[in-house]
Design a protein around this ligand. Sequence first.
Ligand code: ADP
Ligand code: MG
Length: 247
Amino acid sequence: MIDIENLEVRYGDFTALKDINLHIPPHSTCAIIGPSGCGKSTLLYAVAGILKPVQGRVFIQGEPVKKNRRETSLILQNYGLLPWKTLWDNVALGLKIRKEDKEILSKKVEDIISKLGLEKHKHNYPSQLSGGQQQRVAIARALTVGPDLLLLDEPFSSLDAISREILQNILLQIHLEEKMSLLLVTHNIEEAVYLGQKIVIMEPSSGRIAHILENPHFGDKDFREKLDFYKTCMEVRKLMEKGGDIR
Ligand code: ADP
Ligand code: MG
């Protein structure tokens, strides 16, 4: 799905990413984890085609990445909802921009609203929704366009622990049903271990990848309750601590 070769990204003189090589197979998930400032968002934006590398290349489905690829959906941390539009209209936004036929649009929006359990709130405005509900709206909107790749930048970081777990469950369920690839940026170890089939651990400040871990337990909805979950979290934590820098 995604092939990254020798990627280097700079902001002026500052090297934010260096020597990044990563292969993410179709229909799989990958979690990028590392402390604040290590280059996670930069990597996501490079995959979204928003940031141009100074070196190396990013391929999606074998094609050099380009901005506004139709089948890529990006979900940002602040939800990106329009406060003056209702939940329904916010979900419909992506399809409206693509000038989808009205009846098809209506059906798709209703289906996805119900899938995410938002029916009761569909005429509400974002300010009338909880953080978790707003994040569901953002996910719903991203899904309406039928993406084969979903990019998420710390999507649940502002939620309380229980809401975060509920949304992680929803995201895993949707991935298992629809099989789109997920690239998820997080600084939360449990989240990376629950949602990452591949877990990429970034070095704290060099812009490089420290470790890549394959997660054989991925896809088990009850994984959190198992000893292997705890063990995998410990393994990731140790690899992150090895990183060195003082945070
Ligand atoms: P993360 O998402 O892991 O917190 P980022 O990818 O946002 O990290 O940033 C990586 C590094 O690049 C940080 O040191 C950050 O300060 C720097 N950086 C990010 N965006 C810019 C920018 N627009 N201009 C200059 N430096 C930036
Ligand atoms: Mg970031």
